[in-house]
Design a protein around this ligand. Structure first.
Ligand code: SAM
Ligand code: SF4
Length: 361
């Protein structure tokens, strides 16, 4: 079957596959459930989903969660998808909080065929890390987690994930009143280690993270803060990419750590070329990160031993063909005319969204 385009002519290009809804951290902006949803997909079922998505045009597989390193079958899955490279799969990436990335694990993942790792770190001090990761132990617990993530960066590098080839990056969510003072320390930390930092606007994905428009630090604001210390030149946003990139004027683009990226999902959404299909750990397929809870297409009827791969492909193709969602752009259009609402997600009128740790980001 050839690739499919949706109602807005967007092709399917990226599959974000969540391996678990559980996490070893409790970042307040994400707040995962402590328990797994029933009916987790098995390895053969996940492979069937990935194979169908690749047949429909997906070239990039992003493994996520919850925390994907909690999933003991991660390495087996990475190894098992390698033959799909002959069918068009070009890249297999992992997003992780890094706390569990030992040297051994980084090596096995690389050997299994993982191409890229993005590690999440929202602060450069023990205090900030503890607050952003929801750790109860305060500053000492934050220091310990920070040390683990910094070690994870070096484990990944030693295992062959090269930041200069974009194979190792750092994600940071920035929230007003919580960690915007970490912008410069985080940029410094990334520059010193030769890694691209990706600053992410706080999103209202999920219903329990206390999101209000006032807590969003816009990408423009973040760039302005960094550019005042280290002047920046815009590099733009690649088609289908979520991040707008910048080059530090005192560094070369080809330099490791010479670039900064911002993901402006709230203030400058990129729905127009969104090419992402999301499949949760229990097999629900979503096309939009801001989708309503339970609104995904349950793929499990096509994942039984009796079901054929062609039927699964047709189900996914049907979901994609009818897709016309552009939730964040539509919201911004309303804001641009009427202004942001005073209500947060706690209010009765606020839209309900599936939780981030369930969707996988
Ligand atoms: N646990 C892994 C991690 O933290 O990298 C993978 C899953 S996490 C849901 C994927 C990404 O989503 C992380 O970079 C995380 O910081 C980001 N994220 C989670 N909740 C968010 C929110 N409300 N707004 C913006 N980004 C968020
Ligand atoms: Fe866990 Fe990642 Fe959510 Fe933080 S952002 S609670 S690390 S899933």
């Amino acid at each position: 079957m050839a690739s499919v385009n949706d109602q807005l002519d967007r092709p399917m290009g990226v599959l974000r596959l969540s391996l678990t809804a559980r996490c070893n951290l409790a970042c307040p902006y994400c707040l995962p459930d402590g328990v797994e949803p029933p009916g987790l997909l098995t390895l053969p079922q996940r492979l069937a989903v990935i194979e169908a998505a690749v047949a429909l045009g997906v070239t990039s597989l992003r493994l996520t969660g919850g925390e994907p390193l909690l999933h003991s079958g991660l390495e087996d899955l990475v190894a098992a998808v390698q033959p799909l490279r002959r069918q068009g799969l070009r890249e297999i990436a992992l997003t992780s909080n890094g706390a569990l990335l030992s040297g051994e694990r980084a090596r096995t993942l690389r050997q299994a065929g993982l191409d890229r790792i993005t590690l999440s770190l929202d602060g450069a001090s023990g205090e900030a890390v503890a607050a952003m990761a929801g750790l109860s132990g305060g500053e000492p617990a934050g220091e310990a987690l920070l040390a683990k993530v910094l070690a994870a960066i070096e484990h990944a590098r030693a295992a062959g994930f090269a930041p200069e080839r974009g194979e190792l990056k750092l994600n940071a969510v920035i929230q007003r009143g919580r960690n915007e003072d970490q912008l410069l320390p985080l940029a410094d930390l990334a520059r010193q280690r030769g890694i691209e930092l990706r600053l992410i606007e706080f999103m209202d994905v999920g219903n329990r993270n206390g999101w209000t428009p006032e807590v969003v630090v816009s990408a423009a604001e973040m760039v302005a803060v960094i550019a005042e210390r280290w002047p920046l030149l815009p590099l733009g946003r690649g088609a289908g990419s979520t991040a707008r990139r910048w080059r530090y004027c005192d560094r070369d683009t080809a330099d490791s750590g010479g670039t900064l990226a911002v993901v402006a999902s709230i203030t400058a959404p990129f729905c127009g070329d969104c090419n992402r299909l999301r499949v949760t750990a229990d097999g629900l397929a979503y096309t939009c990160l801001f989708a309503a809870p339970g609104s995904g297409l349950d793929l499990r009827p096509w994942l039984t031993p009796e079901a054929g791969q062609a039927d699964l492909r047709e189900a996914l193709a049907g979901l994609w063909r009818q897709r016309s969602d552009r939730w964040s752009e539509e919201r911004l259009e309303v804001w641009n005319t009427a202004g942001p609402p005073a209500n947060g997600p706690a209010s009765a009128e606020a839209p309900r969204h599936a939780e981030m740790a369930y969707l996988g980001g």
